[in-house]
Design a protein around this ligand. Structure first.
Ligand code: NAG
Length: 376
């Protein structure tokens, strides 16, 4: 028993002993070659560093700046990791900036203020609304005031073609956590951090309208997997085009739907449909309800060993980056995994799906996370 406890202690220390140094330094013209997890787009190295920080397994990154000239991969943000947590090698390379995840610093706000604007840069796609504003400040103000807007692109007064000069495009990316894989698995318990950013924060409380054992056929917009109708409701309420949704408790599909003209309800066992609630504080008490026998597979930041699912939930609540968790109980078929508490997250900061150089446009982000008085 004594040696078992020592082994557990060593294991639990070593799940968190990799790359625990807080290193905020940005290394200009230095490449960390290889060991890519994936690439996303970022307008600058600081944004790429924030994406790495919010990605569950990114430990360090290399960003190809706007002055990168070997090929057209400007604004590529390569997220990287190694078993040791350190880059395998470091080489000099003009036009790139490298750096590290800020997760070990444990102070970085999970919702950063992104106040830079980027001239001649297009945040391509993801539009949900457009109109005309007299200048770029008007476009950024509109983005900040619209709760769905995560970022914008504005065509300035010398843009060609002329007929879209002064056009302001508001754009969307997911500000609420999605659970990429939800599966029935005996012997595990999953749940959310009570601090997971699931809905708008408001003084006005509201109750959403749910229709148990009812489907709304057709009008498909997007599909996700969620363990509960309440999580599906949060996704629908966050999306500017979701007019109603249907959640299937058999295979955990969460179908967001768009039809502003009509909503046809049909009796169907095992399906819960509902109408989103916006501009109010939804009841988020479901976040604290553990889902027994359900695995939120993947998106692991790390695991720690602990005695029960309640401690796992508490650990997730207290970790600034944890959004959801899965705990492995002694009912699980493989005892190698017993007592593991997997802490998980996905990126919820504004993350344009594509960024390209384009003359006479300017792009930027909403300023809702910026202290009042800075910016507009
Ligand atoms: C989920 O189950 C429903 C029937 O209960 C089925 O119609 C639907 O195709 C399933 N979806 C997926 C993605 O498996």
């Amino acid at each position: 028993m004594g040696s078992y406890l020592i082994l557990v202690g060593v294991l639990s220390m070593c799940t968190i002993c990799f790359s625990q140094e807080c290193n905020t330094e940005l290394l200009t013209n230095e490449d960390f070659p290889g060991t890519d997890i994936l690439h996303l787009y970022a307008p600058d190295a600081e944004h790429c560093q924030q994406l790495c920080t919010q990605h569950h397994s990114c430990q360090f990154f290399t960003f190809l700046r706007s002055d990168w000239s070997r090929d057209k991969r400007n604004f590529y943000c390569y997220l990287k990791s190694t078993p040791s947590g350190e880059p395998n090698s470091r080489t000099a390379l003009l036009g790139v900036t490298s750096g590290f995840s800020l997760k070990p610093c444990n102070q970085a706000p999970p919702q950063p203020c992104l106040s830079n604007v980027y001239q001649n840069v297009d945040f391509n796609g993801d539009d949900y609304r457009s109109f005309f504003t007299g200048d770029q400040e008007g476009c950024q103000r509109a983005c900040t005031q619209d709760p769905y807007c995560q970022y914008f692109t504005y065509a300035n007064d010398v843009h060609t073609p002329e007929n879209i000069r002064y056009k302001c495009h508001l754009k969307f990316s997911w500000p609420v956590p999605r659970t990429p894989i939800v599966e029935r698995t005996a012997g595990v318990v999953s749940g959310f951090s009570s601090k997971a950013p699931m809905s708008q924060v408001s003084d006005t409380a509201c109750q959403a309208k749910l229709f148990p054992n009812t489907a709304v056929p057709g009008d498909h917009l997007k599909m996700f997997t969620t363990a509960t109708p309440e999580h599906c409701l949060s996704l629908c309420s966050a999306h500017p085009s979701c007019t109603f949704f249907a959640h299937n408790s058999g295979n955990f599909t969460c179908n967001l739907k768009n039809n502003p003209d009509e909503m046809v309800l049909k009796a169907k066992a095992g399906v819960t449909s509902g109408i989103p609630e916006r501009f109010c504080q939804l009841d988020n008490s479901w976040l604290t309800v553990p889902q027994v026998g359900i695995d939120f597979r993947g998106s692991d930041m790390r695991f720690e060993l602990m005695e029960d699912a309640e401690t796992c939930q508490k650990t997730c609540n207290e970790d600034a980056y944890c959004q959801f968790y899965t705990y492995v109980t002694s009912e699980f078929h493989n005892n190698d995994y017993w007592k593991r508490c997997y802490l998980k997250r996905v990126i919820t900061m504004p993350s344009p799906s594509k960024i390209v150089k384009t003359n006479n446009v300017v792009s930027g982000f909403h300023l809702r996370n910026c202290a009042k008085g800075s910016g507009i």
